[in-house]
Design a protein around this ligand. Structure first.
Ligand SMILES: [Zn+2]
Length: 274
C-alpha cells in the first residue's frame, strides 16, 4: 500500500534549521521534498500553497509550473491551493476552477486563524460551493498556528461543525487534529461523516519521547471514541515536521493493518480521488 503524505509545504521557513541555505530557490525545496520522500518511502505528497504570496511563499501557479516540468514529479505530487478572504479575489477563484477542471489542483485550503474569520463566514461559501461542484475536499487549518499574529478562536475545531452540517455534500479536512483541542476534533469527526482530519504538524522538527507518548495516547483516545480511522489522514507538515520522525511516530500507534492502510493511503486516495 503506497504511503501518501497529504500535508506538506514548499514555503521557506526562516525558523526551520533543516532547510539548507540553497533552499532559497523553489526548485531546490522541491528537490529536498522529493529526497525526503525517497529516503522515507513516501510515494505521494500533497503540497499546499500559503495564505499569501511573498519571497518565501510561492503561489499555487508557481508550484504548478515547477511540478509539471517533469512527468515523474507530476505523478508524485498533488497540489492544494490556499484561499483567503483578505489576499485572494473572485478572479483567483475563477482561476482555481480552471485548475480544478484540469486536475492541476485537487483541493482548496482555508487559513482560519491566520486570517481572522470563522470558517462559517459567508464569504467562504463560494469556496465550499466550488469544492462541491468539482468533488474535491476543502482543507481548513484548525488548532495552534505557526504565527503569533494568528487568532486562535477562529481556528477552533468546533467552528467546523457549522459548515459540516450546512454543507452535507462537502468533504472537509480539518488540519492538525485541531491540536491541542484534539478532544473537540474527535467529537466533530464522530458526529459528522463528511469531516476528516489530518494528523500533521503536531511537532516542530522531531517528536521527542514525551510528545510522542502524549500524542499516541490522545490519538488512541480519539480512535476509541470515534472508531476505526476511517476519516484520519496521514500528513506530516514537512518541512516544519520531520518525515522520518513522523513515520516512526505512526508506528508507535500500533494500528492494525487495515487501520494503518486507511490512514496512510486509502482515505486520502478516496477523498482526493487520486
Ligand atoms: Zn501546514
Amino acid at each position: 500500500m503506497p504511503i501518501i503524505d497529504c500535508h506538506v509545504h514548499l514555503n521557506k521557513y526562516d525558523r526551520i534549521k533543516s532547510q539548507a541555505k540553497e533552499s532559497v530557490l523553489l526548485e531546490n525545496r522541491l528537490d529536498a521534498l522529493l529526497q525526503s520522500m525517497d529516503s522515507n518511502n513516501v510515494d505521494y505528497s500533497i503540497v499546499i500553497s500559503s495564505y499569501r504570496v511573498d519571497a518565501n511563499r510561492p503561489s499555487a501557479s508557481q508550484i504548478i509550473d515547477v511540478v509539471n516540468k517533469n512527468e515523474n514529479i507530476r505523478n508524485r505530487i498533488g497540489i492544494v491551493t490556499g484561499f483567503t478572504i483578505d489576499n485572494h479575489t473572485d478572479e483567483d477563484l475563477k482561476q482555481y476552477r480552471t485548475w480544478l477542471k484540469d486536475r492541476l489542483i485537487i483541493g482548496i485550503k482555508l487559513y482560519c486563524g491566520y486570517e481572522h474569520y470563522y470558517p462559517y463566514d459567508e464569504r467562504y461559501q463560494k469556496v465550499y460551493d466550488t469544492c462541491m461542484e468539482f468533488g474535491v475536499p476543502v482543507m481548513i487549518h484548525t488548532g495552534d498556528a505557526y504565527s503569533s499574529m494568528a487568532k486562535l478562536r477562529y481556528a477552533h475545531p468546533l467552528n467546523v461543525d457549522d459548515i459540516a452540517v450546512d454543507n452535507p455534500e462537502l468533504r472537509i479536512v480539518m488540519c492538525h487534529l485541531g491540536n491541542p483541542w484534539i478532544a473537540d476534533c474527535q467529537e466533530i469527526l464522530y458526529k459528522n461523516r463528511n469531516v476528516y482530519s489530518d494528523i500533521s504538524g503536531l511537532v516542530v522538527g522531531d517528536f521527542n519521547l514525551p510528545s510522542a507518548t502524549r500524542y499516541v495516547s490522545q490519538i488512541n483516545d480519539l480512535l476509541t471514541y470515534a472508531g476505526k480511522p476511517h476519516r484520519l489522514l496521514y500528513g506530516s507538515d514537512w518541512p516544519i515536521s520531520n518525515m522520518g520522525s513522523y513515520l516512526a511516530f505512526v508506528r508507535k500507534l500500533e494500528l492494525d493493518e487495515d487501520s494503518y492502510d486507511l490512514m496512510m493511503s486509502r482515505n486520502t486516495k478516496y477523498i482526493f480521488r487520486l
